[in-house]
Design a protein around this ligand. Structure first.
Ligand code: FES
Length: 628
């Protein structure tokens, strides 16, 4: 369909534009009018980061065709506040600290404003209901809802205006809430994330990704794509001038697939073009011939003799094995009155930060290639990129843009190299923004794990020995796996004194999406198993779950599992506080296998388990034999 003209008002200003009929309202606002307060989080109407008012009604602009804005009055977050004066809702968000990464906050402010416009007296439950279409991944909802209630009460005259003021700092910063310096820019939509940034003459990148989990690349033909009008360049592994490998510990991941692909969604080629639409058209013109290879999808299979080899440098597929030994494990089990064995599994988890990966690269007047991105590890990225580009370190620069949620998932350099290569090839600025689907398909996840556990205890609940073997799925590339395994090993036996232990954590390559850093970094997988075992042991021995933990907990002077002496320990106070605040009733019957309080009927106590156990308590489990 041909382009056509539409007229509308935005924040009170009349606007006329010639638009493509397929254009979304979100793109018109962000790209056509530079109103980037409305963000794209999911592109599917689920997260609410793109919320705007159309004729006073809250809508998700990612779902609305721009053509439907004909004659409409549009209000964006940029239009809420007068210059230099935030609205009561925005001030209240600032006051309560309801703006952590901030990526969801403009949408939240719009939803809160809508809720109070619709019903200035809305109660707590109604506010929650009205704001239910917006997702926050890091602030959490408590501070956000608290802010809306404060704004409501100030506007109604039930609270003084000073209730909106950011908390001041007294004589000391310690022990006080401090106002976030960046809160005003977050609540007003002014803070620019990487995907909000533009430069004159900027190109747009799109990435061709592998449909195969494991395949040899026979040939790539980019000639048709390069000939498409509007395409500035196509980059592949052949364009990498230096040492093509990055990773937090082992540099095993090429900027784009080199010779073979190792997981579905791996980057194979990237197009730089005048628009996203042209770049996507060009991707369809790249011819890639693959020869499929047998794939590995289960970490147990990766260890079997004759298993497919994912990386030539690593014929046994083991990325890292961390063994920890302390005391005499056989003597420890011999001294036990009971021995409990079980197995636990944790699954892959997506970070789901609301800001998808995005970056902008350019070559400056001093021939310095510069990458702006929400990297959580920019110094390391800079050094790796210098090697990849075969450039001196002073010719490579990284600028960390605001991180719209990371949780460890933005520690890996999975797209910055492509941007730098294209910037160097074209000498024009270039920007890449992942779609939500691309982010989920290609970014590192929390390591799935299986843990086989054996614990010996005396009848009075003291641990005599622990044998702990964790096998993790590292996916196609090493990323942060080595560090995750180290942390899992160090934390394997929990905050408990264990004189005799045998711990093995091992991570292997498979053809699954790579695993990487995620909050707690291996600690979660280990603690899930250990704390579940403590509950099982308490039940087996007829002990209170808090009491068995107190009998084994580390104290000042204890040696950790890796032989560090603790000068102080606060676990006793943590347990006391947890017991007091949980409403725990010693002696009441336990509900097993769930953390859901609603499963516990009147007079029953809440289970202490961290989650449902994977296998039946006491099952006979064959211990995995691992090389030290
Ligand atoms: Fe809500 Fe980060 S502050 S997603």
């Amino acid at each position: 369909m041909p382009e056509f003209d539409i007229d509308f008002t935005v924040n009170g200003r009349p606007v006329s534009r010639r638009i493509d009929p397929s254009l979304r309202l979100l793109d018109l606002l962000r790209e056509g009018l530079a109103l980037t307060g409305a963000k794209e989080g999911c592109g599917a109407g689920e997260c609410g980061t793109c919320s705007v008012f159309i004729d006073g009604k809250l809508v998700k602009s990612c779902l609305m065709p721009a053509a439907k804005a004909q004659g409409a009055s549009i209000e964006t977050v940029e239009g809420l506040a007068r210059p230099g004066e935030l609205t009561p809702v925005q001030k209240a968000f600032h006051r309560t600290g309801a703006s952590q990464c901030g990526y969801c906050i403009p949408g939240m402010v719009m939803a809160a404003t809508s809720a109070l416009r619709e019903n200035p007296d809305a109660g707590l439950e109604e506010l929650k209901e009205r704001m239910g279409g917006n997702i926050c991944r890091c602030t959490g909802y408590t501070k956000i809802i608290e802010a809306v209630e404060i704004a409501r009460d100030v506007v109604a005259g039930k609270l003084p205006q000073t209730a909106l003021d950011p908390e001041g700092v007294g004589a000391s910063w310690i022990g006080h809430n401090t106002a976030r310096l960046d809160a005003p820019s977050k609540v007003s939509g002014r803070l620019a994330y990487a995907g909000d940034m533009v430069m004159p003459g900027m190109l747009h990148m799109q990435v061709l990704r592998s449909p195969h989990a494991h395949a040899r690349i026979v040939r790539i033909d980019t000639s048709e794509a390069e000939a498409l009008p509007g395409v500035a360049c196509v980059v592949t592994a052949d364009d990498v001038p230096g040492e093509d490998g990055f990773g937090v510990f082992v540099h095993d991941q090429p900027v784009m697939a080199r010779g073979k692909v190792r997981h579905v969604g791996e980057a194979v080629a990237a197009v730089a073009a005048e628009s996203v639409r042209i770049a996507r058209e060009a991707l369809k013109l790249i011819r890639v011939e693959y020869e499929e290879l047998p794939g590995l999808y289960d970490p147990e299979d990766a260890l079997k003799p004759g298993a497919p080899v994912i990386h030539d440098y690593c014929p046994d597929n083991v990325v890292k094995h961390i063994p920890v030994r302390k005391g005499d494990i056989e003597a420890g089990f011999a001294a036990a009155d009971v021995i409990i064995e079980d197995e636990f599994a944790t699954q892959q988890v997506e970070h789901a930060y609301l800001e998808p990966e995005a970056g902008l690269a350019y070559v400056d007047h001093d021939d310095v290639v510069t990458v702006i991105s929400p990297s959580q590890n920019i110094t390391h990225h800079r050094h790796m990129l210098a090697d990849i580009l075969a450039r001196p370190i002073n010719k490579v620069r990284f600028i960390m843009s605001p991180v719209g949620g990371g949780f460890g998932g933005k520690e890996d350099m999975i797209y910055q190299g492509m941007l730098a290569l294209a910037a160097l090839k074209t000498h024009r600025p270039i920007r890449l923004i992942f779609t939500r689907e691309e982010s989920i398909a290609c970014s590192a996840k929390r390591h799935p794990s299986r843990t086989r556990y054996r614990m010996g205890l005396t009848n009075d609940g003291r641990i005599t020995a622990i044998e702990f073997s964790l096998l993790a799925d590292g996916g196609a590339y090493g990323m942060s796996s080595e560090g995750v395994m180290r942390k899992a090993a160090i934390l394997s036996c929990g905050p408990y004194e264990v004189d005799n232990l045998k711990v093995d954590t091992k991570v292997v390559y498979t053809n699954n999406t790579p695993s990487g850093a995620f909050r707690t970094f291996g600690g979660m997988q280990a603690q899930f198993a250990t704390e579940s075992m403590m509950d099982i042991a308490a039940e087996r021995l007829g002990l209170d779950p808090f009491e068995i933990r107190r009998r084994n907990m580390m104290r000042a002077g204890s040696l950790t599992h890796t032989q560090q002496k603790l000068n102080s320990a606060a676990i006793d106070r943590v347990l006391d506080a947890a017991e007091a605040s949980s409403g725990w009733e010693p002696g009441a019957p336990t509900v097993r296998g769930s953390t859901r309080g609603d499963l516990a009927g009147p007079g029953t106590r809440q289970p202490c388990t961290l989650g449902a156990r994977f296998a039946t308590a006491g099952a006979d489990i064959e211990t995995v034999k691992v090389a030290s």
